[in-house]
Design a protein around this ligand. Structure first.
Ligand code: SIN
Ligand code: FE2
Length: 213
């Protein structure tokens, strides 16, 4: 597609076949996304979930959409309802779905319509250990990941857990899309350093859009 259809992208940096960093793609939408996150968190608060091994994750999470990703001693799974309170997860704002679809299209994945959005909140010291996103029913759909607030280092690995990851800085407004041959790439986030962002203070937020059902 001609790049002028996607003025949001300042720089597109290929990471691997099927994976690309769209620098600044979400900058214009950032304030709307942050307001959406606040609305989601008002209905389904951020919480530190437990790993199957019984440890509290350092990243606080909530979800929006028809399905929400959870971890507990019972394992990883998608649920239609928030286990805290039992109500359905808040709906995915239309602007979120539209942005994710535009980013996926820019990365070469047409017609991406997410039904799940995991919202991650990192305080200084929080990190995400390397993992694959593999709990989704439809692995043909890509993952779209939006970074907001304090910058972090994305650990972009390979197809095997032991592959040494590349260190990719993710700034406010950056979007990473991975699918196709890169869909099961191991990835994580290095320990968040203390920082101060005009819109989020010391925090980093990340939205990952998935087709889970
Ligand atoms: C994730 O893999 O769910 C989080 C990625 C990120 O925070 O950038
Ligand atoms: Fe992930």
């Amino acid at each position: 597609m001609p790049p002028e259809l996607f003025p949001e992208t300042r720089v597109a940096l290929p990471l691997d076949p099927g994976a690309v960093l769209l620098g600044g793609f979400a900058l214009d939408a950032a304030e709307e996304l942050l307001a959406g996150i606040a609305a989601i968190a008002a209905a389904a608060p951020f919480r530190r979930m437990e790993t199957p091994g019984g440890r509290a994750m350092s990243v606080a999470m909530t979800n929006a959409g028809a399905a929400g990703w959870t971890t507990s001693r019972r394992g990883y799974r998608y649920t239609a309802a928030d286990p805290l309170g039992g109500l359905p997860w808040p709906p995915l704002p239309l602007a979120f779905v539209a942005l994710a679809g535009r980013a996926a299209a820019r990365a070469g994945f047409a017609s991406f319509v997410p039904d799940a959005c995991l919202v991650n909140r990192y305080e200084p010291g929080a990190r995400m250990a390397p993992h694959q996103d593999r709990d989704e029913a439809d692995l043909a759909a890509p993952i779209v990941s939006v970074s907001l607030g304090v910058a972090a280092v994305f650990l972009w690995g390979g197809q095997a857990r032991g592959d040494r990851p590349r260190r990719v800085p993710l700034h406010h407004g950056d979007v990473v899309v991975w699918g196709g041959p890169a869909r099961l790439t191991f990835h994580g986030v290095d320990t968040l350093k203390p920082g101060d962002h005009p819109l989020t203070g010391p925090l980093r937020y990340n939205l990952t859009f998935r087709k889970a059902l």
